[in-house]
Design a protein around this ligand. Sequence first.
Ligand SMILES: C[S@@+](CC[C@H](N)C(=O)[O-])C[C@H]1O[C@@H](n2cnc3c(N)ncnc32)[C@H](O)[C@@H]1O
Length: 470
Amino acid sequence: MVARRRGIGGVLVNDRTRVQPSRRVAYDVLSAVRESDAYANLLLPGRIARAGLSPADAALATELTYGTLRMQGYYDRVIARAAGRPVDRIDPPLLDVLRLGAHQLLSTRVPSHAAVNESVALARQVGSRSGTGFVNGVLREIGRSTPEQWRERVLADAKNEDERFAAITSHPAWIVRAFHRSLEAEGRGEELEALLEADNAAPRVNLVALPGLAEPPSGTRPDRFSPVGFTAGGGDPQGLVTEAEGRLRVQDEGSQLAALALTRARPIEDGERWLDLCAGPGGKAALLAAEALAGGASLVANEVVPARAELVRRALAAVPLDVPVWERDGLEVGRGEPESFDRILLDAPCTGLGALRRRPEARWRKTPRDVAELTTLQARLLDSAVEALKPGGLLVYVTCSPHLAETRSVVADALDRHRGVLRLGESAEIVQSVANERLDLAGDPQLVQLWPHRHLTDAMFIAVLEKVAG
Ligand SMILES: C[S@@+](CC[C@H](N)C(=O)[O-])C[C@H]1O[C@@H](n2cnc3c(N)ncnc32)[C@H](O)[C@@H]1O
């Protein structure tokens, strides 16, 4: 018998249509990501607050959303087999319900009957009546086999090693190939599986204490590598950030090392002029500003997108240094300000493939075409930065992507174009000298590639370049 309860306004509602609020929140985010290219990390906190979820339910909604988005490629393979049809022939809202259900059945301890019943109720809310039978049938079929049996079946469909990794760790095959090439370039191809698995683990929240302006609060844990970084331990990171009015900020340890590679590569001479060419939203600019203030240098931050330039201004408000924020096209800055800066950070727009841990949906959005477009922009921004750099000045080129086309190739081509003008510094030695502890870096010592599985950072690429003195 179907239970009935009093709903809004005392109307009797059928309990079979009730969906636990954390599942509904997760579904709503999945559907917004699919329909309107929303970002889960931006959308989820607001949805959780609006639904008034308890901390436990909020944690469940977060796990369901992120877990489903990360493993979507794998779940789609399972769903296609269980449904006997390709996923692109399944009504998209029902496919989201199935993905959420598959996640609960295959990767959580939610009892099977609860996963199926909740999914059927959700299908009733969001899909057609006939859809509920379909969802029920597919999820029951998935529940009939163990997660290990599904893994075996999915693996059996893969044609080669990279495809096996792509299927099991739920990455697009082109990204797996790109990561594999990048690791092989360091002689570490065997680390591929560890890297892909690291992408599927929730990243820790890392913070920075802007040097000279704040110290990590007591009870927090210093970072292993960044001298200015820490984790909150058991505390609430967001609370710390709010209380410190921006002098403590959330920032990946790799980003901190990249910024410090510029500011600490050599002693600062009084009156140096620095430029952050692509500064939005301003995380590295805030750290550069604190370092400039301490060392007697000045800083200009540039960001072409006005809304992001505004975020840079907000980030910089924590530092008592007057930092002009330009809204210029970085491609024009070289011509407009030739030989004007002693140090330049080019944290270039990139695919972000190095931060897939944080942006669970990003792996399904990026395409090889993005790489081609971005590398052209990266090369042109690098040329502009070289022009804006004083002879003898330092330029640090950074990407949050380990794709060789965005990293080594961009740098190698720039060295070719600026032969006799630009040279590569000892990037690894510089980053090691900045770090608290020796990093396990591999490959060319003039280039640095950080990795989530090896360093617990985003996969940041850092190249320190120098413009030959006149
Ligand atoms: C990787 S993000 C920089 C992140 C930043 N350094 C931080 O730590 O917060 C790259 C930025 O470059 C900006 N950008 C893209 N094209 C640009 C251009 N032609 N000139 C200046 N900025 C650009 C993007 O809007 C984006 O904010």
